[in-house]
Design a binder for this molecule. Structure first.
Ligand code: PHE
Length: 336
């Protein structure tokens, strides 16, 4: 018995110090129902009664030693695996971030492209307030009291005299009040109209205004400027055409079309079979507007134009629903 115990003790010590052995396997091997120590304990009944107490004590001591050894091995294993997990999951906050995949919003990209084209022709960028006086948005632009553009259905009024600008044209007036000719300015920005949201309308959208005032400015200058603009935007083969129109602040006025960049003018889905795509409104600045701003109409003349940035962006990127531009769905935005 004593020898058996000694031998088991030596083996157990060796097994416990072997870090490769699973502590649970050791527990089953020694302390399980069919374990070696359990068997030894059972065989105690065969000993003469006077030897049992000492043998019992020795077996118990061995059991305690094995139990403690297993407990210790389990704790060591748990600590080691936690350590491994922690070091694998460690985040080094000082590392540089992965390359950012941000990009310009299509509206921003198109607005910058438009600005680049006009700045290349010597235009300056001007800004005006979005909350505007009725005077700048309408009165100074020769829009009389009863003009349909003043209808509250179209314009968000804040008070009788203050509104959310419905166009970027008030920046023409603000610019002419501040600056003497020669003037060559563009003014991109938000405008507001109380329109219901659909694929081609939004109560908030963007326009880009253009204004040139100098001695001897003619409709030929307007045409030449817009032709260069259209070619730079849509390609060298692009042609433009003027259709007579009416704006209160220009006379004569025109709507300007560009030949379809998709089919070259033959007619396709992009231009709805027309061969032409409307891109902006334009005209010669009405003499009333010039004199409202203190500019001598005997000396100076000018032209102005206004375009919808969303419209150009939708054409440029083949977007068929304007709402996509405002929803900020990453799946949409990441295509640009
Ligand atoms: N302000 C006009 C609009 O919103 C566009 C325009 C600007 C037309 C300048 C002519 C000259 O429809």
């Amino acid at each position: 018995m004593k020898e058996k115990l000694e031998q088991m003790r030596a083996e157990a010590l060796a097994a416990l110090s072997d870090r490769g052995l699973d502590p649970e396997t050791l527990r089953i091997r020694y302390l399980g129902k069919k374990g070696e120590l359990t068997a030894l304990l059972r065989s105690m009944g065969e000993l003469p009664p006077e030897e049992r107490p000492a043998a019992g004590q020795a077996v118990n001591a061995l059991r305690v030693m094995i139990e403690e050894g297993i407990e210790k091995a389990k704790k060591e294993r748990a600590a080691a695996s936690l350590e491994k997990k922690l070091s694998a999951e460690k985040i080094d906050v000082t590392l540089p971030a992965p390359a950012a995949s941000g990009a310009l919003h299509p509206l921003t990209a198109v607005q910058r492209e438009l600005e680049d084209i006009f700045c290349g022709m010597g235009f300056e960028v001007a800004e005006g307030p979005e909350v505007e006086y009725d005077y700048y948005n309408f009165v100074a632009l020769n829009i009389p009291e009863d003009h349909p553009a003043r209808d509250t259905q179209d314009t968000f009024y804040i008070t009788d005299k203050i509104l959310l600008r419905s166009q970027t044209s008030p920046v023409q007036v603000r610019t002419m009040e501040k600056k003497k000719p020669p003037i060559r300015m563009i003014s991109p920005g938000r405008v507001y109209r109380s329109d219901a949201v659909d694929a081609t309308h939004s109560p908030l959208f963007h326009q880009l205004e253009g204004l040139v005032v100098d001695r001897g400015v003619t409709m030929g200058d307007l045409k030449g400027t817009l032709e260069i603009f259209a070619k730079q935007l849509f390609g060298e083969d692009t042609r433009i055409r003027f259709r007579p129109h009416h704006f209160p602040f220009t006379e004569p006025s025109a709507e300007v079309d560009a030949s379809c960049f998709a089919c070259g003018g033959k007619g396709c889905r992009v231009c709805k079979g027309e061969g032409w795509i409307e891109i902006l409104g334009a005209g010669m600045v009405h003499p009333f507007v010039l004199s409202n701003c203190g500019i001598d109409t005997d000396v100076y003349s000018g032209f102005a134009f206004g375009l919808g940035v969303e419209r150009i962006a939708m054409l440029r990127y083949k977007i068929d629903d304007m709402r996509l531009l405002y929803e900020n769905d990453v799946r949409f935005l990441s295509q640009f």
